[in-house]
Design a binder for this molecule. Structure first.
Ligand code: ADP
Ligand code: ZN
Length: 612
């Protein structure tokens, strides 16, 4: 393939149109691609769904030799290669999942110069056998995907990535492109240093994902809340639900199934085969909900994930952004929904206290958590806060819960003093420590068994907090914890004072708190917003065509043993349904219909459209 026969108007755009069937580049794709085609190194920071893959796939097609792509998730290489093969691109992979013959075949294809792309896992480079293989072929480019995995202080460190710097030592003339969707300024710097990308041009895109609506709601009955969300906004949609523990993954998946939502579990405790099977079903079938721990999702590039829901607080903003970023890669409206409560803070602090590793490591975990808590408790636009975390300035977005239904902030100094005094009295007068529940009962003046048993009704603070409801007190505790004005310790999550507490008690510090909106963003408001945002809803006459096309796609995908989106993306099917082309020439103008797919599927699509 390579550069033969490519017009001077620009080989990159020619490949974009002919092979991928897209009209124009997005954002800085063109600049990046031309830089890499010209032999330059590049460090690319672009959000999930921004279109990173093309940034190395097109240079792979234009440059002489094979592009070697380093990617951490071997379970997905087959799908990546299938997607390229469907486009007529010559791609292969070598990893431990291949049987002897397939491996031999892939190696021979590489050595024979028959591959445009070869996918490898980072750990493979540690083996001399792989190095010998690479030396026998002709390499045109190294692409290092998920490059943040090289960062030791990031949230996703993989030691094998540290070896990647040697690629440059052995092949100094081969350009390298490193890509990631998650990078704070610190991680960004670390990637450049650790990979030795000293000469690389840095391409930092906006990290905004405007089609994702961010919502963080107070956690009450998380499973019920989730079900309500799915019933009102996501009937028949594919989505991911993240839970912290394996058992809550199991319970949530069961709960959804019992309530008529097709859901599958995924966590590291499941048999590898079951896991692979569930993942394959999620990728291949339409409208499944995957309930998973964060073990699931890296490298999943299913474009039509309509929502990502978190039932537990993520450990870092990076993790949260990466996980939520799996929604809406196709650019259509999608939801990122998180339920968050006091118990999350208590539990996460406890996990940090008990984590292995030294004090510096725990401090690092604590910093990650603090940033996540600040996002949850903000009264400002969530997106502004998220982007600021990645060093990017923006204005209120109009498409997050705080923009759609602004929470008020209130002066919680007196409430904070009441709560902190309770903790202080218990400790000073009784030498006792208790959790949030008992402290709140004392403030509310509740004579529970536990209050009476400990004579806590005799404390001077007993009943001084009757002006707030229990839920409000829980919000006060949560926010003081988030702001570091109170801390939890031990197995039971007992409350203890911090240096900050003393400032509040000593009236040297004002405490502003977020008041939860009486009702979180209503479904009606959301739906209105989405209608305005998206052309997602099809015109009446296109809807039945879209359904026919989906049925055809589903049958074809099954027959070929590939995910449905490898055939055509939803966005492409929608456009076909809307424009109703009657000739191959008309069909070829639709975005996502390239040369190969036109030849392979064009007539079938026209037939499906023409059916009565
Ligand atoms: P990333 O790897 O950055 O998460 P992908 O490379 O998977 O993103 O691209 C996201 C989606 O956008 C894919 O479905 C891809 O086919 C599509 N896409 C990428 N670039 C373009 C483009 N220039 N025009 C149209 N669609 C594009
Ligand atoms: Zn906003």
């Amino acid at each position: 393939m390579d550069s033969v026969g490519v017009e001077t108007a620009g080989p990159a755009i020619e490949v974009l149109r002919r092979v991928f069937g897209y009209d124009t580049f997005r954002g800085s794709q063109q600049e990046i691609i031309e830089h890499v085609i010209g032999g330059g190194d590049a460090l690319v920071l672009m959000p999930t769904g921004g279109g990173k893959s093309l940034c190395y796939q097109i240079p792979a097609l234009v440059r002489e030799g094979t592009a070697v792509v380093i990617s951490p998730l071997i379970a997905l290489m087959q799908d990546q290669v299938d997607a390229l093969t469907a486009l007529g691109v010559r791609a292969g992979f070598v990893n431990s999942t291949l049987d002897f013959d397939s491996r031999r075949a892939a190696e021979a294809a590489f050595v024979g110069g028959e591959l445009d792309l070869l996918y490898l896992a980072p750990e493979a480079l540690a083996s001399p056998q792989t190095m010998r293989l690479l030396e026998r072929g002709r390499i045109g480019l190294f692409a290092i995907d998920e490059a943040h995995c090289v960062s030791q202080w990031g949230h996703d460190f993989r030691p094998d990535y540290l070896n990647l710097s040697m690629l440059h030592e052995r092949w100094p003339d081969v350009p390298r492109i490193a890509l990631t969707a998650t990078a704070t300024a610190a991680t960004h710097k670390e990637i450049a240093t650790r990979l030795g990308l000293t000469e690389a041009r840095h391409f930092v895109s906006s990290f905004d994902r405007p089609n994702i609506q961010y919502r963080i709601v107070p956690k009450q009955e998380p499973r019920r809340q989730l079900l309500e969300l799915l019933r009102t906004e996501h009937r028949g949609d594919a989505g991911i639900v993240y839970c912290l523990s394996r058992s809550s993954v199991e319970k949530t998946a069961e709960f959804l199934k019992d309530n008529g939502v097709p859901a599958l579990p995924y966590h590291a405790g499941l048999d590898a085969q079951v896991r692979a099977h569930n993942q394959a079903r999620f990728l291949r079938e339409d409208g499944l909900v995957m309930v998973a721990t964060i073990a699931f999702g890296m490298g999943i590039d299913k474009p039509d994930v309509r929502f990502v829901a978190h039932l537990d607080l993520p450990k870092s903003v990076e993790g949260y952004y990466q996980e939520t970023g799996r929604a809406g890669r196709d650019g259509l409206p999608s939801n990122a929904w998180l339920a968050y409560g006091l118990q999350d803070v208590v539990q996460q602090r406890k996990m940090i206290d008990q984590s292995e590793g030294d004090a510096a490591h725990r401090r690092n975990l604590g910093r990650h958590l603090d940033a996540m808590l600040a996002l949850c408790e903000t009264v400002e636009c969530r997106r502004v806060q998220l982007l600021a975390y990645f060093g990017q300035q923006s204005g209120p977005c109009g498409n997050c819960d705080t923009c759609l239904s602004p929470p008020e902030s209130w002066d919680g100094t007196v409430a904070a003093q009441k709560l902190l005094s309770t903790v202080f009295r218990l400790q000073k007068e009784r030498n006792q420590k208790f959790g949030a529940g008992q402290c709140i009962d004392i403030l509310l003046g509740k004579k529970t068994d536990k209050v009476v048993q400990w004579h806590h009704d005799e404390l001077t603070v007993f009943g001084i907090g009757a002006d707030l409801r229990e839920a409000e007190w829980r919000a006060v505790v949560r926010q003081l914890l988030a702001q570091g004005l109170l801390a939890v310790e031990g197995d039971y999550g007992t409350l203890v004072l911090t240096d900050g507490s003393a400032e509040v008690l000593g009236r040297r510090r004002q405490v502003m708190l977020r008041r939860e909106p009486e009702r979180p963003v209503s479904a009606a408001k959301v739906l209105k917003q989405r209608g305005a945002a998206a052309a997602a809803d099809l015109p009446a006459q296109a809807a039945p065509m879209f359904e026919r096309l989906r049925a055809w796609r589903s049958a074809t995908a099954k027959e070929q043993g590939v995910p449905a989106y490898v055939i055509f993306h939803d966005a492409t099917l929608r456009q076909i349904a809307t424009q109703a082309p009657t000739t191959l020439a008309q069909l070829s103008t639709i975005s996502g219909v390239g040369e190969n797919k036109l030849a392979k599927f064009g007539q079938q699509v026209l037939d499906a459209l023409g059916e009565p």
